[in-house]
Structures are given as C-alpha cells and as structure tokens.
Design a protein around this ligand. Sequence first.
Ligand SMILES: Cc1cc2nc3c(=O)[nH]c(=O)nc-3n(C[C@H](O)[C@H](O)[C@H](O)COP(=O)(O)OP(=O)(O)OC[C@H]3O[C@@H](n4cnc5c(N)ncnc54)[C@H](O)[C@@H]3O)c2cc1C
Length: 181
Amino acid sequence: MTHFATRDKDSPHDGEHVVVVGSGVAGLSAAVEAAEAGAEVLVLERGDAIGGASVMSAASTSMVGTPLQHAHGIDDDVELALADWIRMGGPTADVEWARRYLERSRADVYEWCADLGIKWMALSQPEGNSVPRVHTPSGFGRGIVDALAVRALGAPALDFRRDHAGNHDQPNQAEQKNRKP
Ligand SMILES: Cc1cc2nc3c(=O)[nH]c(=O)nc-3n(C[C@H](O)[C@H](O)[C@H](O)COP(=O)(O)OP(=O)(O)OC[C@H]3O[C@@H](n4cnc5c(N)ncnc54)[C@H](O)[C@@H]3O)c2cc1C
C-alpha cells in the first residue's frame, strides 16, 4: 500500500499554485504534469492511501499503432478503431472525442506510461474489436499508481495531504508524526 508522505521544502517555489483533488491515476497524472511544468502542487486525498480505484484496475487500455501491436504484426489504425468504436457505441458514441483519443493514444498513453517505466505486456481483442488493441501493463493499475507516486515524490514542489471530506481536523498518520507535542 502506498501511504502518504510529507516532504520538507528547502526553498520557496515561484510557480503557479495547483490543487489536485484525488490521487487516482487521473489526479496523480495531472499533479506530476503540473509539477514538472513548474507549478507548486498540492494533492488532496480523502482516503487513507493514495490510488483510489486505480489500484484495483487491470488498467487494460485500447490504443492504436503501438510498438506492441507492431511487434505482434498487427496492422491497426485510427480509422479502423474508430469504425469499431462507432459500431459498438452506436448513436451514443462521441465521435469527436473518440477520434482525438485514438489519435493521441500512442503518444499520450502508451509512450507516456513507458516513460514512467511501465511495460505494456499483453494484447487482447475483446468482442467488437477488429484486431487485438487492448493493452495490459505489467503491474496493472497498481503498477501505474506506484510509478506515478515515485515520480510525484521526486517532483520539486509536490505534496500530498489527506483531506477527509467533512472532517478536516483529522490529521493523517504522516501529519500526526510530524506534529510537536
Ligand atoms: C476491479 C476494477 C477493474 C478495472 N479495470 C479496468 C481496466 O481494465 N481498464 C480501465 O480502463 N478501467 C478499469 N477500471 C476502471 C478504472 O480503475 C477507473 O476508471 C480509474 O481508476 C479512474 O481513475 P481516477 O483517477 O479517475 O479515479 P480513482 O482511481 O477512483 O481516484 C479518485 C480518488 O479521488 C479521491 N477523492 C474523491 N473525492 C474526493 C474529495 N472530495 N476529496 C479528496 N479526495 C477525493 C478518492 O478517494 C480516490 O482516491 C477498473 C476498476 C475496477 C474497480
């Protein structure tokens, strides 16, 4: 389990102040990106540990034109995937968002995660997909959360605080330890 850690800062940071609510993959990703872009970031988490539902996830993710697909000789592209998704999603499919996601999936998900040290290890082809394009990473969601946590703790101005909704007076264990009697 990844617990909270509070780091002392040696010097003030001049960047923008960003507050991120929640420390699942979405929150951690936003926090790391903001901190590495120079912001001073505070992540508020109401749970006892970081990671939310993300730590339970298989993290299986549809992506197109990836190195893993190429290694398996799978010929896939945005138009093929989009046609599959529109067929599966029917009239409720958000075509503009689906296209944007598919166009960016390799760079923004596959390679971004690979840069964190995540290895995409398996491909599957759930019903409705013309080719195998659902990628599963080693370590699953827990592996991504842990990699993001390591990156977050290495960021120059990024801290975590437990924010117990409706009970802001309750410190977490890390804060209790740091309090003087
Ligand atoms: C068993 C399981 C398997 C799954 N498998 C897959 C899969 O294979 N592929 C896939 O794409 N998706 C999968 N999912 C879904 C996926 O896990 C979620 O879509 C994803 O983790 C959501 O990430 P998130 O960062 O938005 O939310 P979360 O990971 O849930 O993080 C939200 C965090 O915000 C905190 N929070 C909420 N409100 C507040 C507040 N007011 N103040 C402070 N903190 C707050 C929560 O405590 C939590 O830690 C699966 C989910 C489960 C449960």
